[in-house]
Ligand binder design. Structure first.
Ligand code: FAD
Length: 474
């Protein structure tokens, strides 16, 4: 499929649509939109635009269609699958100006938002009204609701509250041909025809541009208590997590960090962290409205932890203590980025009881490539992030890291191990660009064919975020 470059004539039409101040065409600023948070992927757009309304998005799509220019929607740019990288150049559509909360409907416990609102800001605004939007990607201080919908983002609280798709009741979208459409509404149940909302959620910006969403919200829990539990070995920590889930106490989150990650974070933060010698750290978060009841629950969980050989149980009730408990987990990604030559950020998911085996086999596997695997993530739902790094290219004489083909070979092995354990190659970050060549390992030909046909129906010219999810046609 051949695309056209954005020429001066197209630029002047774009200026007419969004205004001069919302058209970015200087190379230095455009460089910010050539990449997201995925290591190794980069491609320059021709232009970046900041539309201020659904109508402007629609007009941009009309122009893009007429000129065969590819369009890549972008929220906070925190994608970890290179989903926001404009691989064919063209237009990057920045949704950041469309960041309003249009309505907080307390009676129906729903909120109507534009896609560019930052997830954490939405949470802060809702809290003022005693409300709460549960999906909590760890990137919530910079990702946006539109990006969360496009990726069906989850987060630590997914084990209790589910992921983004469990909260989207309605959407307004602009289709690639520029049509504006609305699906769903302020309805908790609706089975009128196929569920197009769920099809668009998680479609990684390839089917439609989300310009508005109706989200279900819940009453905000008034009490949150966190526990930090260090363990001698990974297996004990996972068995502890599984036992806690069987108690019916339903923590909001059970997060995992292997000792090596925790120690890297300590170095990154420049201070000692307690029990840094432990091989695994678990955070358990309990939430509700009755402090005394939650205290009973954490006593019970503390006893389970000690039964599984926990080295200690730290309890955080105040906001300050809770922040201290979460700080290492929240800094894990940045610490790894800062202190290692990161090459791949994996987002694997397996049945929870398979986590120790997954980690052990992956570590063994990457060793052949003189690489190192750091594991952390959402134990509560079996989703382990495994960042793969090398100390320095060419440093290790046993292995030549300079020819990056080895990364593909290693990834194939990692995914084969994950799939053999009944897992999936991505739990929440998406296929994007970085996992395209492995899609055929995870899905059969017919499944991929059906998905491609769906893409064709929505986007027959393949101009919306092209080059994502599916291998390019030869
Ligand atoms: C430190 C860190 C921690 C993270 N933790 C988590 C986590 O706990 N859970 C999790 O699920 N993810 C996590 N992520 C990944 C990432 O934050 C999520 O995928 C997030 O939902 C992306 O949102 P964004 O606004 O940054 O989207 P972007 O990165 O800008 O875009 C992501 C994709 O969505 C598309 N898109 C963006 N906006 C729209 C729109 N309005 N309409 C249609 N398509 C659109 C883009 O084209 C792209 O394909 C993490 C990332 C980082 C860097």
């Amino acid at each position: 499929m051949r695309y056209n470059k954005v020429n001066e004539k197209i630029i002047s039409s774009l200026v007419q649509i969004v205004g001069k101040e919302n058209v970015i065409s200087d190379e230095k600023t455009l460089e910010n939109y050539a990449h997201d948070e995925t290591p190794l992927y980069r491609s320059m757009p021709d232009v970046a635009l900041k539309p201020g309304s659904t109508e402007e998005v629609s007009k941009i799509m009309k122009l893009a269609n007429a000129n065969m220019v590819p369009v890549t929607p972008r929220g906070g740019g925190t994608s970890l699958s290179a989903g926001a990288v404009p691989i064919h150049g063209g237009i990057v559509l920045l949704l950041e100006r469309m960041n309003k909360i249009k309505e907080i409907d307390k009676k129906n416990m729903m909120v109507i938002v534009e896609p560019g609102i930052i997830t954490e800001q939405l949470g802060n605004e809702l809290a003022k009204h005693g409300l709460f939007f549960p999906p909590d990607p760890v990137s919530l201080d910079s990702c946006m609701i539109g990006g969360n919908i496009a990726e069906c983002a989850g987060g630590p609280r997914a084990m209790k509250y589910g992921v983004t798709k469990n909260y989207v009741l309605g959407i307004e979208v602009v289709l690639p041909d520029s049509t504006i459409q609305r699906y769903g509404g302020k309805l908790l149940k609706n089975v009128t025809g196929y569920d197009i909302i769920d099809l668009i959620i998680g479609s990684e910006g390839t089917l439609a541009i989300v310009t508005e969403a109706i989200l279900k919200v819940l009453p905000v829990p008034t009490v949150i208590i966190d526990l930090l539990v260090p363990f001698k070995c990974v297996e004990d920590s996972v068995n502890f997590g599984i036992d806690v889930m069987h108690t019916g106490l339903m923590p909001a989150a059970i997060e995992f960090m292997e000792g090596e990650v925790y120690r890297l974070v300590a170095k990154y933060l420049g201070r000692n962290l307690p029990f840094a010698e432990a091989d695994a750290q678990i955070i358990v978060e309990l939430d509700g409205n009755n402090r005394e009841l939650l205290r009973k629950h954490y006593d019970e969980i503390g006893n389970i932890a000690l039964k599984h050989g926990a080295l200690d149980v730290f309890v955080g009730e105040s906001a300050k203590d809770r922040e201290k408990i979460w700080e290492p987990r929240k800094n894990a990604s940045d610490a790894l980025k800062d202190q290692s030559k990161l090459l791949a950020r994996e987002d694997l998911v397996v049945p929870k009881d398979k986590i120790p085996e997954l980690i052990a086999r992956l570590k063994q596997c990457v060793k052949q490539y003189s690489a190192h695997l750091y594991a952390f993530g959402h134990l509560g739902d079996g989703n382990i992030h495994s960042d793969i790094a090398v100390s320095d290219y060419g440093d290790d004489k046993k292995f030549d890291h300079s020819d990056k083909r080895w990364i593909n070979e290693m990834r194939k092995e990692i995914y084969a191990i994950t799939l053999s354990l009944g897992g999936a190659i991505t739990a929440e970050h998406g296929i994007g660009l970085s996992k395209i060549q492995y899609l055929e390992m995870a899905l059969d030909k017919r499944q991929i064919e059906i998905m491609k046909k769906i893409k064709m129906i929505f986007d027959p010219k393949n101009i919306l975020n092209p080059g994502k999810i599916f291998p390019q046609e030869k």
